[in-house]
Design a protein around this ligand. Structure first.
Ligand code: ASC
Length: 154
């Protein structure tokens, strides 16, 4: 027969597994979820950022290149949010607790950014540099809005 302490340990393990590991699906570890969302955001920022010198007139406009960078940034914008699973507010992250305590607002910031990123990919295909400039600004504002509310200041 099991001792009382074995029973307690068993129950704690069962609850721990239910609360911890399963809550982090589809990631095996909290740190994987953090690494995943940061990686997607990093690649998105790289490709979004490559359009900046063109918009600023520091680099000649190449329609295909801008369209490709915008398309990659658009695809990346769909990835990071799956990584903001419960229990990943600590560790190697600048995520603010409001991501989880004000989840509806975070979700709307996510969707706003994704919409603006999609619009950028759309106008980039069109090849009108003035439209690209305007939409690049609008998209950057959506990135910033989310950082202001949900990313810790460095
Ligand atoms: C970028 C980038 C961001 C946004 C943001 C806009 O190029 O990496 O996170 O623009 O700075 O304010």
């Amino acid at each position: 027969m099991k001792s009382f302490s074995q029973l307690v340990v068993g129950l704690l393990l069962a609850f721990g597994i239910a609360a911890g590991v399963q809550a982090q699906a589809p990631f095996k570890k909290a740190e994987d979820a953090i690494k995943y969302r940061k990686s997607a955001l990093f690649v998105m920022a790289q490709h979004f950022g490559r359009i900046a010198p063109v918009v600023k007139g520091e680099k000649p406009y190449d329609k295909d290149e801008v369209a490709m960078n915008a398309a990659i940034a658009e695809q990346m914008s769909k990835l990071p949010f799956a990584g903001f699973v419960a229990g990943t507010d600590t560790g190697d992250t600048d995520a603010k607790p409001e991501i989880w305590t004000d989840a509806a607002k975070f979700k709307s910031a996510e969707e706003k950014m994704q919409q603006e990123m999609s619009k950028l990919a759309e106008v980039a295909k069109g090849g009108n540099l003035d439209a690209i400039k305007a939409q690049f600004g609008a998209t950057g504002k959506a990135c910033k809005a989310c950082h202001d509310d949900f990313r810790k200041k460095k």
